[in-house]
Design a protein around this ligand. Structure first.
Ligand code: GDP
Ligand code: MG
Length: 574
């Protein structure tokens, strides 16, 4: 397959508009997967994705497609074979960099829009990502089988927002199959073939990586220029590490060794990379010792939200560490074991009177040194896009101003839908913003955001003290104006969730040495065993067992046991 016979494309969509279903139908149409193969959405591989119903990691698949063009003369039918690479992109708002890297390997994208719901926030965000990558965009209005489908209205929205010609839109139902026969021909006709050169030195874009128990780290790559053969020595532009290509092939959709990948192809390489930390999305891989310009657009992983993790039982540290190691090979966003996660925080910057600046990721480490006064602080912000039915404009404006948002844009995409842009502190959206937005708009709001710059802010460190001892896992940095309310609520909630113990407990919220809220929990008079009758050994045993079970969910701070639920409750305050 020379590059002229290859097409690399993505499907982009707002969540639930039918991206995965459409992808599955295309894989079926080309015989890449069998119809009714049992797994409803082949490309949503990771279990976390199936559980949450969202695509977190990009997965790609190669399809072989024979196009037959019937001319009027029956003996003169033309057929040509194409290699189509469907490059799946993460569908979640938190992965815009990964989306942009997947799109960098494509020349075109199917922009799927639900015929009833119309354009939503991620439709807008994804459109611009694709547009900025100079991709050919094929609008696909999906779910036309729904009784409330209104494709003409969606066409009008696409025209007014993106200047898309209504004539260009394909109408499909990934459910009934209607209109699907036009999709792949449009891909071939409208999307250009990959522009790379076969005779240039090898350059590959690293699209994704995951850990396989048997093969080790598997990298998905797009060969931009040159050829990759099994056995080649390759190197990473980001890390300067060298590897050997031990196995090379395509995803069809399972790993299918081919021993070679040509210019324009998308496939996988297994190269003895030990940890996915070494395999960074957007990295350029090339032949070791050859000199090439790295592909543009690489960004080293930037962590913007931090949360401390503590095992509920102190002796589980080893197990927790091990689990996290394994997890960072795939996705650190979900973890089923028993842990206590602290209040999420973002990297703040503090400047002191001596002119020094520090970035603070863990609020507990922000020193309260009297000799060093804080003279300025900054916090990261985001630009949020919100699309809502017009009747919800009022409550959404209220929510955004409570979250310290600044309105940047407010317009209408048609007679029923408002479009708003806000600058918001990142801190204000990491905890529950999206849930709250959904709840005040009866689920009709759609939301997306991109990172923006640091803004000056008026921040203070809020400590929680139990019996006079600060609890690191509960320290937080808050805006001055919210400190009093948050301190009060934290203390009230903790009082509800910490059980009485054998001694009195004082709970305090403090800024520096100033206590802003205080509660006490009085001591418990009897212990568990006091309830027992003298000789009943089984009952005694049972009670002790029960107490032990309960303890597993506790974290001990100083002498005070804090139940896991208390940490969850704290999150709700902020
Ligand atoms: P994604 O989040 O964009 O990947 O969306 P999915 O492919 O998971 O689809 C979301 C829901 O819409 C699923 O319940 C699908 O069965 C359903 N769906 C997808 N395409 C169609 C369609 O053309 N018509 C109807 N009625 N439902 C569809
Ligand atoms: Mg999906």
């Amino acid at each position: 397959y020379p590059p002229e016979r290859i097409r690399n494309f993505s499907i982009i969509a707002h969540v639930d508009h039918g991206k995965s279903t459409l992808a599955d139908r295309l894989l079926e149409l080309t015989g890449t997967i069998k119809k009714g193969h049992g797994q409803p959405q082949y490309l949503d591989k990771l279990q976390v994705e199936r559980e949450r119903g969202i695509t977190v990691k990009a997965q790609t698949a190669t399809m072989f497609y024979r196009r037959i063009i019937n001319s009027s003369d029956i003996n003169n039918e033309e057929q040509s074979d194409y290699l189509l690479n469907l490059i799946d992109t993460p569908g979640h708002v938190d992965f815009s960099y990964e989306v942009s890297r997947s799109l960098a390997a494509c020349q075109g994208a199917l922009l799927v829009v639900d015929a009833a719901q119309g354009v939503q926030a991620q439709t807008v965000a994804n459109f611009y990502l694709a547009f900025e990558s100079n991709l050919t965009i094929i609008p696909v209005i999906n779910k036309i089988d729904q009784p409330t489908a209104d494709p003409d209205r969606v066409k009008a929205q696409l025209k007014s927002l993106f200047d898309i010609d209504p004539e260009d839109a394909l109408l499909t139902s990934a459910k009934t199959g209607q209109g699907l026969e036009h999709v792949l021909p449009a891909v071939i006709e409208r999307i250009p073939s990959p522009p790379g050169k076969c005779d240039l030195p090898l350059r590959m874009l690293l699209l994704d990586s995951y850990y396989d128990e048997y093969k080790g780290v598997i990298c998905h790559v797009a060969v931009v220029d040159g050829t990759l053969r099994k056995g080649d020595k390759i190197a990473s532009a980001a890390t300067n590490q060298a590897y050997e290509a031990l196995d090379v092939g395509i995803m069809h959709p399972e790993l299918t060794p081919t021993g070679i990948l040509f210019t324009g192809q998308v496939g996988y390489v297994v190269s003895g990379i030990r940890s996915t930390k070494e395999a960074r999305v957007g990295d350029t891989l090339y032949h070791a010792r050859s000199i090439v310009e790295p592909l543009p657009g690489f960004k080293p992983a930037k962590h913007m939200v931090f949360s401390g993790l503590y095992p509920a039982d102190g002796s589980d540290f080893e197990a927790l560490n091990h689990a996290i190691e394994r997890l960072t090979c795939n996705d650190a966003s979900e973890y089923g074991a028993r842990i206590i996660s602290t209040i999420p925080t973002v990297p703040y910057i503090f400047e002191y009177s001596d002119g020094s600046k520090v970035q603070v990721q863990n609020p507990a480490t922000l020193a309260s040194n009297p000799g060093k006064r804080v003279t300025a602080c900054w916090e990261p912000s985001v630009i949020a896009t919100i699309i809502i039915p017009s009747e919800y404009v009022g409550p959404v404006i209220t929510l955004c101003s409570e979250r310290r948002g600044e309105q940047l844009e407010y317009s209408f995409i048609d007679s029923q839908r408002a479009f708003m842009k806000y600058r918001l502190p990142l801190r204000e959206i990491v905890v529950d913003f999206y849930n709250e937005l959904k709840s005040i708009t009866s689920g009709y709001a759609s939301f997306d955001y991109e990172d923006a710059d640091y803004q000056t802010s008026d921040l203070v460190k809020l400590d929680i003290l139990l019996n006079g001892q600060p609890v690191d896992a509960m320290a937080t940095i808050v805006h001055q104006l919210k400190a009093q309310r948050i301190g009060r609520e934290l203390v009230d909630r903790l009082k509800k969730f910490i059980d009485r113990q054998m001694f009195e407990i004082t709970i305090q919220a403090a800024i520096g040495s100033k206590v802003i809220a205080r509660e006490t929990i009085s001591a418990m008079r009897k212990n568990v065993l006091a309830k027992c009758y003298g000789g009943d050994v089984t009952r005694k045993k049972k009670l002790l067992e029960k107490q032990k079970e309960g303890k597993k969910r506790m974290k001990r701070v100083g002498s005070v046991d804090i139940p896991q639920e208390a940490f969850h409750e704290l999150l709700k305050v902020l």
